[in-house]
Ligand binder design. Structure first.
Ligand code: FAD
Length: 497
């Protein structure tokens, strides 16, 4: 058996593992991904990239490449009468981007490789074992393409190996939840007669149909027949797909050629802990839910963005272990919320019976015509509403996503460009507030704002102050540094009293 080592071994080169690996490598962490597949993924599974995900890709210089050439949709139509307006979202990306998952993975993989991540393909992980002590390490066992056995040693291991995670199973971590829907058909097809308003979701006493355009002539169709369900391995036929969509939508879409047909069942599950000693779980390995709302890949990418800088700090600077624990504290509630959000959309879609569908459509239509409700739904679906728990005294914006402030310098000209350094960013007009440049970039925002705002590398506000008392304001900044950069103990320079 051959033994190899890395600082971090990530299991799975899906979107979650690829983003995380790139972030770790950018921070100087030796990172290896073990991936069972022998070739690149061609699956178009997740097609929706939401605004918050585009912002975090922007903070890595990747968003513009992904947006170029993909379809932007700024209105979501559900149940005939509901229209959710994304066009007024307070972001550079006021839309949902429709693009196949393999494109997103391609962008992330190129970045990871260019930063020096080692991606070992054809390598199936079969077990994970960690030694129990403080300075312990983790051993990962795998099987190579020819059946040969390998062992990998790492300080930390991340299970980003999807819904059937071998890492999770090997550690005996439970994955409680239920199966909610069987025999959901998924297809990428050409349509002779596409519906005029896409994307569109309709649900009737016949079943559910969802149509979304990729913008290149192909359409994603997700369909479920209320009267006919079969096991996942039962092939999907175009006749079956045509029949159920026509019954639900009341019109024949002219479904023609297909490039992908699949049938799956839908579970709602979440692990109780995202961290087990030196092993962390992220993406579908930690949570799975209905595709309604297009949240799966987006949530996994945001797990990765939350975990990357914390794990890098733990390894590179010996930051206190509790920093790493905040990964579970922050992301587990978000995962639970996503399960609730996608579950509610799904359950609304599944309502049936005489009159019930009409009442649902009218009530949902009336509710979402109220501007605050429409905005609330748009913020929730786009991921912009995600907020992490804040420490008392951390200021009015703490825990929220930082808006993309314009800066007084030409380069970087925006906060999300400044975040491309992978460091904390201190926004302040006060030149006397200086912090160690290797940990924090200081920038000056244009216009009014708080006295200072400390933004984490993942684009969330660590702390901010509008306190007119300079002594109290400085002390709040020191508290924030103690919490988020525990291995750095600088006092803000300059006597501001
Ligand atoms: C049929 C289907 C349709 C979907 N549609 C949507 C959608 O419309 N919108 C949406 O947002 N989400 C959708 N999803 C979910 C979305 O695809 C996932 O949320 C997303 O892929 C999660 O990314 P991940 O990186 O966490 O896991 P994955 O993408 O599953 O990646 C895990 C990787 O780990 C590898 N792996 C697994 N086991 C091992 C092992 N033992 N050793 C080594 N490597 C291993 C796999 O080969 C894979 O490359 C869909 C999922 C499915 C199955």
């Amino acid at each position: 058996m051959t033994e190899r080592s890395a600082d971090v071994v990530i299991v799975g080169a899906g979107p979650t593992g690829l983003l995380l690996a790139g972030d770790l490598a950018a921070a100087g962490v030796r990172t290896t991904i073990l991936e069972r597949r022998t070739s690149g993924s061609s699956l178009s599974r997740a097609f929706a990239v939401h605004a918050r995900t585009l912002e975090l890709l922007d903070a890595r210089g990747l968003a513009d490449e992904l947006v170029r050439g993909a379809e932007r949709v700024d209105r979501l139509r559900l149940f005939g009468q509901v229209e959710v307006d994304l066009s007024r979202l307070p972001t550079r990306f006021p839309f949902v981007l429709i693009t196949p998952q393999y494109r997103t993975e391609g962008v992330l993989e190129r970045r990871a490789r260019s930063l020096g991540v080692q991606i070992v393909t054809g390598e199936e992980v079969t077990g994970v074992r960690q030694t129990g002590d403080e300075d312990g390490e983790v051993e990962v066992q795998s099987r190579g393409p020819g059946g040969e056995r390998h062992a990998w040693r790492a300080q930390f291991v991340v299970g980003a190996d999807g819904v059937h995670s071998a890492v999770r199973t090997s550690l005996g971590v439970p994955f409680p939840g239920t199966s909610v829907l069987r025999s959901v058909m998924l297809a990428d097809v050409r349509l002779d007669r596409p519906p005029p308003d896409v994307p569109t979701l309709d649900a009737t006493s016949e079943g559910v149909a969802f149509i979304v355009p990729f913008g290149d002539g192909w359409y994603r169709v997700i369909a479920w027949d209320r009267h006919h369900q079969v096991p996942d391995d039962h092939p999907v036929g175009l006749t079956e797909l045509r029949d159920v969509t026509a019954r639900v939508l009341g019109t024949d879409l002219g479904i023609g050629e297909s490039r992908w047909l699949s049938r799956f069942h839908n579970d709602e599950r979440q692990v109780p802990r995202y961290r087990v000693g030196r092993v962390l779980l992220a993406g579908d390995a930690a949570h799975v839910h209905s595709p309604a709302g297009g949240q799966g890949m987006n949530t996994g990418l945001q797990d990765a963005a939350n975990l990357g800088w914390k794990l890098a700090r733990r390894i590179r600077s010996g930051a206190a272990d509790r920093l790493l624990d905040t990964y579970h504290d922050e992301r587990h509630p978000v995962g639970r919320m996503v399960l609730r959000l996608s579950g509610s959309i799904l359950r609304m879609a599944l309502l049936h019976g005489p009159g019930v569908v009409t009442v649902r459509n009218r009530a949902a239509g009336a509710l979402t015509r109220l501007a605050p409700v429409n905005r609330g739904v748009a913020l929730a679906v786009s991921g912009l509403a995600v907020r992490y728990p804040a420490e008392p005294g951390a200021g009015p914006h703490a825990g929220r996503r930082a808006p993309d402030f314009r800066l007084s310098s030409p380069d970087p000209a925006r906060l999300y460009e400044a975040l491309r350094q992978g460091r904390f960013v201190l926004l302040t007009q006060d030149a006397r507030l200086t912090l160690p440049a290797e940990d924090v970039s200081s920038v000056r925002p244009v216009g009014d704002g708080p006295d200072w705002m400390l933004v984490r590398p993942d684009g969330y506000v660590a702390a901010s102050s509008t306190n007119p008392d300079p002594g109290e304001s400085d002390s709040a900044l020191r508290d924030a540094l103690r919490r988020w950069l525990p291995d750095v103990q600088p006092a803000p320079a300059g006597d501001r009293r």
